[in-house]
Design a protein around this ligand. Structure first.
Ligand code: 6U4
Length: 181
């Protein structure tokens, strides 16, 4: 595809600041990590899928503050700002559904307060890192989830096909911009 609505244009959008921003938070247990907390999304964007916790960054909010807020809303868990480690950014591009395209700030934490509780939006559960539920997750998860769990900091771009489910293009680089918080 060529022209201003094609993938090249979209790839530039990842860096242009024009995409809506969201957060994704991964809680990991064990050293080395043995389990990760994920949630079954009951409603809204990605309903029916298992994902990390997060949502839109509100106007005037920093990504890390949004991550703390969403984690509490979706799991009842409290995490201190300084316990959330910024580990990367994922740019999801849906050329056939531009309103879904978003830049996601990813955080990882090994320390928190509380026990995960099911809420209106999410049903949280711990998953063994060697038995992650990829068949119930967004297709892109396979590319980035094991790498974040392994302690890598990465920046990924994923372009989805017309079905808005199949990943057709993937770019992953190292990410070291700790100032993104
Ligand atoms: P609100 O009203 O903010 O609760 P909601 O429908 O829950 O809206 P939204 O848009 O706030 O969803 O947040 C989308 C969530 O989905 C964020 O945590 C980022 C995550 N997400 C978006 N695209 C994803 C993808 N391709 N793979 C993935 N998570 C994705 O694993």
């Amino acid at each position: 595809m060529v022209g201003s609505s094609g993938p090249d244009h979209d790839l530039r959008a990842c860096a242009s600041g024009s995409l809506r921003e969201a957060t994704l938070c991964l809680l990991v247990r064990g050293n080395p990590p043995g389990h990760v907390l994920l949630g079954y999304k009951k409603e809204g964007f990605g309903a029916g899928k298992i994902t990390g916790f997060g949502g839109k960054v509100e106007p005037g909010e920093t990504p890390v503050a949004a991550a703390v807020r969403e984690l509490e809303e979706e799991t009842g868990i409290t995490v201190a700002l300084e316990d959330l480690l910024a580990v990367g950014q994922l740019c999801f591009l849906f050329p056939s559904r531009p309103a879904w395209s978003q830049l996601v700030h990813v955080f990882l934490s090994t320390g928190w307060m509380g026990v995960p509780q099911e809420g209106r939006e999410m049903r949280p559960a711990w998953y063994a890192v060697d038995r992650l539920p990829y068949e119930q997750m967004w297709q892109d998860s396979l590319y980035w989830l094991p790498r974040f769990i392994a302690g890598e900091r990465i920046r990924g771009r994923f372009v989805f096909d017309r079905d808005n489910e199949t990943v057709v293009d993937v770019t992953i680089d190292a990410w070291d911009d700790v100032n993104e918080r």
